[in-house]
Design a protein around this ligand. Structure first.
Ligand SMILES: Nc1nc2c(c(=O)[nH]1)N[C@H]1C(S)=C(S)[C@@H](COP(=O)(O)O)O[C@H]1N2
Ligand SMILES: [Mo]
Length: 202
């Protein structure tokens, strides 16, 4: 597999290094609810669909032909660890959006995963130029534990919005809270505002 280095992106301006209530770790803990799926590259597919002009389904080879980017960003888990230096490699959601063309009334992006995990973000965050689908972390292919072969990375939100083993990206007119969002985690999850849990619980 050949990786083309085309761009190096920097942290989005409003992403502060250590958000309130977080502790820095050098480790890269695994946080998964349920079993870790093992997905052979040959079987992997990504469908991008919903409120779009063109629905697409990509296999690994087709995905690798898209424009590749590298992103250096911190990662903040709601359980309070932050790993500050992470280099992710993959395809920006804006690159996918150019292909599928979300319609003007698409307001949300929902990432769907193997298993029943899903998570939602506003379309502005999906298209902020730093949200991406990554297959490498710090130069290594993602291990299954960390979401390999491909996960989303949403640098502007807590870690649970970065969906491991992603298989579907849906653009939607209606919001659809995902696995943790219906179990007590905040619908928006902005770490600068400490949006950790449902407002009525905090
Ligand atoms: N499919 C799936 N994605 C997931 C999770 C999960 O349980 N299943 N956990 C989330 C949580 S809570 C965090 S903090 C990050 C952790 O990513 P890591 O295990 O690579 O550190 O993945 C997120 N994405
Ligand atoms: Mo998390």
């Amino acid at each position: 597999m050949q990786f083309k280095r085309q761009n190096k992106l920097k942290t989005a301006p409003d992403i502060k290094d250590v958000p309130p209530g977080q502790f820095v770790t050098e480790k890269f803990p695994v946080l998964t609810y349920g079993p870790t799926p093992n997905i052979p590259i040959e079987d992997w597919r990504l469908r991008v669909f919903g409120e779009v002009e063109n629905t697409i389904e990509l296999d690994w080879v087709q995905f690798m032909k898209l424009k590749q980017d590298i992103l250096e960003v911190p990662f903040h888990c709601v359980t309070q660890w932050s790993r500050l230096e992470n280099a992710w490699e993959g395809v920006l959601i804006t690159t996918l959006a150019k292909l599928v063309q979300p319609k003007p009334n698409a307001k949300h992006m929902i990432a769907q995963c193997y298993g029943d995990y899903s998570t939602n973000i506003p379309i502005e965050i999906a298209l902020d130029g730093v949200s991406m689908l990554a297959y490498k972390h710090d130069g290594e292919n993602l291990t299954p534990e960390h979401g390999g072969p491909i996960r989303t990375v949403v640098p502007a939100r807590y870690g649970w919005k970065s969906a491991k083993w992603v298989t579907g990206i849906e653009f939607s007119t209606v919001d659809r809270p995902g696995f943790w969002e219906v179990r007590g985690y905040h619908n928006n999850g902005d770490f600068n505002k400490e949006e950790r849990f449902w407002p009525e619980l905090s």
